[in-house]
Design a protein around this ligand. Sequence first.
Ligand code: GRF
Length: 189
Amino acid sequence: MKRLAIFASGSGSNAEVICEYFAQRSDIEVSLIFTNNPMAGVIKRACRLQIPVVFFDQKTFYHTGKIQQILQNEGIDLVVLAGFMLLVPPSLVKAYPNKMVNIHPALLPKFGGKGMYGQFVHEAVINAKELQSGITIHFVNEHYDEGNIIFQATCDIQPTDTVGDLEKKIHALEHAHYPRVIEEILNKQ
Ligand code: GRF
């Protein structure tokens, strides 16, 4: 059995589709969902899906080895970031070389880096009058949005598209591809 842990700080729609994708499988499971945000929508979703949630604060994340210890005790094979807002500390990145992935709601290397998350990304893309945006799934390193790219998918932007319109298109791409790409990564391990 391959075991996944998902880290999410927000609504958790990606976390949910990943959990559902693997729900009936006997070879891959989502074992744990981690969150640093006690108000995150992902907590409700995890309860509904009956996946245990680990809540942690920043002090624990950055100044103790507790999170790494839980991941190791649980035998986690792949760490999946899905709307996770904190920069992963170098020690944790090192513990999961090519075993930690993130999804970014734009076509990296453009529109990435610190402060580029959620609506800010879509706003920047629309303000730059880009004709296309998309998603990037990449390995995680010590810097925001800079690890090796694994997969990208694109969507067209219409001149009339609002930030909300683009956000919907991007979420649809994320939900269609992230679970499948995770499966491919696990199969190659
Ligand atoms: C997604 O757009 C993801 O690319 C970004 O944060 C958003 C999370 O959405 N990193 P959700 O919480 O999974 O709905």
